[in-house]
Design a binder for this molecule. Structure first.
Ligand SMILES: *[C@@H]1O[C@H](CO)[C@@H](O)[C@H](O)[C@H]1NC(C)=O
Ligand SMILES: *[C@@H]1O[C@H](CO)[C@@H](O)[C@H](O)[C@H]1NC(C)=O
Ligand SMILES: *[C@@H]1O[C@H](CO)[C@@H](O)[C@H](O)[C@H]1NC(C)=O
Ligand SMILES: *[C@@H]1O[C@H](CO)[C@@H](O)[C@H](O)[C@H]1NC(C)=O
Ligand SMILES: *[C@@H]1O[C@H](CO)[C@@H](O)[C@H](O)[C@H]1NC(C)=O
Ligand SMILES: *[C@@H]1O[C@H](CO)[C@@H](O)[C@H](O)[C@H]1NC(C)=O
Ligand SMILES: *[C@@H]1O[C@H](CO)[C@@H](O)[C@H](O)[C@H]1NC(C)=O
Length: 443
């Protein structure tokens, strides 16, 4: 049963005459977190017009942000059980697949980078993993969309063919694009993440090996260093000068991928990598227990505006949440930080006509005026990340092709490894619940 926290109530009384209270969340109360997430999801979707299905209004947002939108809405759906956006999500994910079912639709294909294309594939894979109703049987299944993108990006044509960076995925797809001669950790991290999750979803060792190769290319080139810093990338053809900026998105992708690799292989090498990435990223990006885009926020150069490109803390929260699930021993270090970060994220959601729209920065305690879909999305992802249970969603899936896990109430319907994962996730939730209670007792 949902409860209004005493704090929220007090705040409501205080501000009731003005009518607007802003958002506040009691991070230790699962019902309250879900309720707050519902408000934020609704506010996020208020930016989506559907004029072109799948993408946020093109005047203000890049094509790739559509994939991010669905990924986080799917997480919201899986954790709260609220299926009211299903039709919108499904339509959006299908509309942008393009004629080759590989997320290179003709309208945008010339400007799509490997990271952008993979971003949509990651969302399609989340749809498969969380049991969003499949496309019609004769349509391309969610998991197959993800696989076609991964397999395209595995090809030599997308990669550096010679020199010290040989074998690494280029940032851009087309030689006419700026950034074709750059090896970015965002593109390679998205590929790695996709491969690790696909390997685990379908128990495909070949994809696990490909993911591993990419991780080792990154460490070989020094894009991931011995201290587990994840740097931005390196330029071709010399491949000798690393761009050392660090972004939350890139780290988040590698954390989640490493968690899947650890869970899939049960190999100590992956445990070491996962632990290193988690602990270094928590040092770098959560200086005061609140996620911060360190490369630009402290100096005010983030361009968090409507075409903001740097508000990727959503994926850092998401990656760490997956780590807690797939490597449960990490939860007691990760969860308290995600909670303090989510609390700060929500506290600045005080803007707009409804008095609860979110800005970009979480560290100052006040709304910075950067109200846009990306800001809203990051706060939603922060809340998703601290809801440690998967909701029970009744799926209308007909089964087959790795898209059906039979929900949580039909344990015998599928031998798909992911369904075991999801069901196991439920019991992990019980442990998490105990942890939350423990934290409450401390505070
Ligand atoms: C699900 O989300 C919709 C849209 O925000 C909302 O109207 C509805 O009340 C939510 N349902 C629950 C059970 O929270
Ligand atoms: C391509 O652009 C046209 C014109 O704006 C639009 O009607 C159509 O929906 C777009 N298709 C996709 C896949 O974005
Ligand atoms: C599964 O995939 C096969 C081959 O791609 C296809 O023939 C079949 O219809 C699919 N099944 C479902 C339930 O989508
Ligand atoms: C496993 O992955 C590889 C590489 O992506 C692919 O070629 C192969 O068809 C997959 N195997 C199965 C059984 O799906
Ligand atoms: C930070 O917060 C203070 C008030 O607490 C405010 O005056 C200031 O403008 C804020 N700075 C930014 C960058 O939002
Ligand atoms: C799932 O379906 C069953 C049977 O139709 C129903 O009793 C149950 O309430 C549903 N659960 C959810 C979470 O919708
Ligand atoms: C793998 O993940 C599941 C949850 O999806 C978890 O129950 C299990 O303990 C994990 N395995 C390891 C080796 O941590």
């Amino acid at each position: 049963m949902a409860k209004i926290s005493p704090l929220l109530f007090a705040r409501f009384l205080l501000f009731a005459p003005g009518g607007l209270a802003g958002l506040i969340v009691d991070v230790a109360n699962a019902d309250n977190v879900k309720q707050t997430a519902q408000s934020v999801a609704q506010d996020l979707m208020s930016y989506y017009t559907g004029a072109i299905p799948g993408i946020l209004p093109e005047d203000n947002y890049y094509w790739y942000t559509g994939g991010m939108l669905w990924n986080h809405m799917l997480d919201y759906r899986a954790r709260t059980g609220n299926t009211s956006w299903d039709e919108t999500i499904r339509t959006g994910l299908q509309f942008q697949t393009g004629s080759n079912d590989d997320y290179l639709p003709a309208n945008w294909s010339l400007t799509i980078g490997n990271d952008d294309q993979a971003g949509w594939a990651l969302a399609a894979l989340t749809a498969a993993q969380t049991d969003l109703e499949s496309p019609p049987a004769d349509g391309t299944q969610w998991v197959d969309l993800a696989k076609s993108v991964f397999d395209e990006q595995s090809s030599d044509g997308r990669r550096a063919q010679t020199g010290d960076c040989e074998g690494a995925l280029r940032w851009q797809i087309f030689s006419s694009s700026n950034g074709y001669n750059y090896i970015s950790s965002a593109a390679n991290g998205a590929y790695f993440n996709l491969g690790a999750r696909l390997a685990s979803f379908e128990s495909n060792k070949t994809r696990a090996d490909l993911a591993k190769d990419t991780y080792e290319l990154m460490t070989g080139m020094g894009i991931i260093d011995d201290d587990f810093n994840v740097y931005d990338g390196i330029s071709l053809p010399d491949c000798d000068a690393i761009n050392k900026r660090q972004w939350t998105y890139n780290a988040g992708l590698f954390i989640e991928g490493a968690a899947y690799m650890y869970n899939f292989t049960n190999d100590d090498t992956w445990k070491t990598r996962l632990d290193g990435l988690v602990s270094r990223s928590m040092e770098v990006f959560f200086p005061d227990g609140v996620a911060e885009e360190r490369a630009c926020e402290p100096v005010g150069t983030c361009e968090f505006g409507t075409r903001g490109f740097a508000d990727y803390r959503a994926y850092l929260h998401r990656g760490l949440a997956s780590a807690m699930k797939l490597a449960p021993y990490t939860a007691d270090t990760i969860l308290p930080t995600l909670q303090s970060s989510a609390k700060a994220a929500v506290a600045q959601c005080t803007a707009g006509d409804n008095g609860r729209m979110c800005g970009a920065s979480w560290t100052n305690g006040t709304n910075d005026g950067e109200t846009n879909a990306l800001s809203e999305m990051s706060v939603l992802a922060a809340l998703n990340s601290i809801i440690t249970t998967e909701a029970e969603i009744n799926s209308t899936d007909s089964g087959g092709n790795g898209t059906s896990t039979g929900g949580t109430d039909d344990a015998s319907s599928s031998d798909n490894p992911e369904s075991a994962g999801i069901r196991a996730g439920i019991s992990v939730a019980a442990v998490m619940g105990a942890l939350v209670v423990g934290l409450m007792a401390l505070s």
